[in-house]
Write a protein that binds this ligand. Structure first.
Ligand SMILES: [Zn+2]
Length: 315
């Protein structure tokens, strides 16, 4: 496994110079399902095997196109399911950090966020034996109220962040953020490269289109049309976005435990609809997207961007 791992990691970095053009599509996955199932009490050997099989299906699809992605994994994935994180790493993809337990960062105090980030980065680095350089907060939960997260990330040695959703959204967003393309954040004496989520104008609103529920909602032709017009597109997926199985409406207690807000009937049904919208055709759509477009991972993008002439965002 070690040899295959070294070979895959080495070969992907040499592709960088050839594959990058002015237009850049970055492919990312957030990997958390196994650990969430375990913590939520619905984990089972069958459930984990289902996730394993689906992950392999994704990795095979990426291999068929020679595409490497950045996979943001939670710290608990590294602790409780290290074989999953190692498999992704050994197949040449970048391992990034996606918090420790997948609690929204804007629901934590600064001290809790520091502890969570340190635990996650440490677990992931121990798992793959390499420094983790990229980060994404669960539900893009870094905004104006908790921008101290950038200082915490820099102190953990994180160099690239992809947590900024530069528009309003449920559970946060960062509408005041000044860039929709890769930029350098300067805050409290630290610097960090930011890869924001891509936005488009739709019916007078700024919305995402290249990942999660938005990707499931829009026709593929719409997504590809926007990508063709954009110099930079950040695509992001969860395995759960792509599995056809539909979860039930969460109970009041489940909702409040997970989302940390009132589990009213309206909130619970809205979440159910948003979580399940378009799931049945999602895998098919992803397959077509991967076969049609070229993608790179964040550490490949890093090498091709002219950072000296990219926007600087002072917070
Ligand atoms: Zn997530």
């Amino acid at each position: 496994m070690e040899d295959v791992c070294k070979k895959n990691q080495a070969s992907c970095s040499c592709q960088t110079a050839q594959t990058i053009t002015l237009f850049m599509n970055i492919l990312t996955f957030d990997v958390e399902e196994w650990a969430l199932a375990k913590a939520g009490g619905y984990g089972s050997a069958e459930k984990y095997a289902e996730y394993d099989a689906f992950l392999n299906q994704i990795l095979d699809l990426l291999d068929s196109r020679g595409i490497k992605a950045t996979c943001f994994c939670t710290g608990l994935m590294a602790k409780d399911f290290p074989q999953v994180v190692k498999l992704i790493w050994c197949r040449g993809h970048e391992i990034g950090c996606h918090s420790n337990q997948h609690t929204w960062m804007n629901k934590m105090t600064e001290a809790e966020a520091r502890e969570d980030t340190h635990a996650a980065v440490t677990a992931l680095e121990q798992c793959i034996g390499q420094k983790v350089l990229s980060y994404r907060a669960p539900a893009f939960s870094i905004g104006d109220s908790n921008k101290w997260m950038f200082e915490i990330l820099a102190n953990e040695g994180i160099q690239n962040d992809s947590s900024v959703f530069p528009a309003a959204r449920d559970f946060g967003g960062f509408p005041a953020f000044q860039s929709q393309v890769p930029c350098t954040i300067k805050y409290a004496g630290i610097e960090l490269k930011e890869y924001p989520i891509s936005m488009t104008s739709f019916m007078g609103k700024q919305v995402a289109y290249s990942g999660g529920g938005y990707f499931r909602f829009f026709p593929l032709s719409f997504v590809c049309g926007r990508m063709a017009k954009s110099e930079y597109t950040m695509c992001y997926f969860h395995i759960n976005d792509l599995l056809p199985e539909k979860g039930g409406v969460p109970s009041k207690a489940e909702y409040e435990e997970y989302y940390k807000e009132a589990g009213t009937l309206k909130n619970r049904y809205m979440r159910y609809i948003k979580t399940n919208l378009g799931k049945s055709g999602a895998w098919n759509k992803l397959e077509k997207l991967i076969k049609k477009e070229a993608f790179i991972k964040i550490n490949q993008a890093n090498e091709s961007i002219d950072w000296a002439n990219s926007p600087i965002v002072k917070l």
